[in-house]
Design a protein around this ligand. Sequence first.
Ligand SMILES: Nc1ncnc2c1ncn2[C@@H]1O[C@H](COP(=O)(O)OP(=O)(O)OP(=O)(O)O)[C@@H](O)[C@H]1O
Length: 249
Amino acid sequence: MIDLSHITLTYPDGGEGRLVAVDDVDLSIAGGETVGISGPSGSGKSSLLAVASTLVLPDRGSVRIGDVEATTLDLRGRARLRRERIGIVFQQANLLPSLTTLEQLLVMGELTVGRRRRRSRIDTRIRAVELLEAVGLDGHLDSLPAELSGGQRQRVNVARALMNEPALLVVDEPTSALDRQRGAQLVELVVELTRQYRTATMLVTHDPGVMARMDTTYWMVDGRLAPTRDPSGPNDRDDHAPIERTRTG
Ligand SMILES: Nc1ncnc2c1ncn2[C@@H]1O[C@H](COP(=O)(O)OP(=O)(O)OP(=O)(O)O)[C@@H](O)[C@H]1O
């Protein structure tokens, strides 16, 4: 469970003033729920992700991850919270080139002091193998990143993000480097794993097809977040006559 309340984030605007990147945003995500956020470039989506993942402190507002209020923690406390409760998947997999698929996950396990204290090496290994099975990479445990396709690398990325049993999974444009089919497979995987591991999943995308797979969708404009039932845009078309779509060709 994650709860963002009245989040405002500003940056210096290069002059005397401040640019409001996130403007009084409220957002709650339950364990097992996927939330998609879309909107025009520069509307504040990445800034909101940065606040939710505690990489950036908001000017105002509250960020609750599980039962922890992140805005009261110092830099070290937030780093620890991220290690223990937050999984982050960026556009690029950023795997360590000299480590095998299995080792990418074991390293994460080693870093985690964890709510349950440090897991035994055996438990860490079991979880890593289990996750790699879940993402369909159990046949590639000993492969190096260079030996994997882009889609496979992104699946290692997702498995690695889940290594620490995160309460929150933050996913930024996961399909932008993948072709349509691999992108769709990756999103299905994120949806499945969200249910299986009961993470609160927050995903930013420009792709209406990806938005359509999310449980709840929001549209962001000028730092403000509005719920939408139409994954391709801000208009809630339920209030209007259904749009006839004609297929040609
Ligand atoms: N570090 C920063 N310093 C100053 N301004 C910033 C900084 N990061 C972002 N901004 C500005 O804040 C606003 C929101 O940016 P943000 O990157 O959050 O938007 P976005 O919706 O994620 O865009 P995109 O879809 O292109 O990734 C933009 O006007 C951007 O120029």
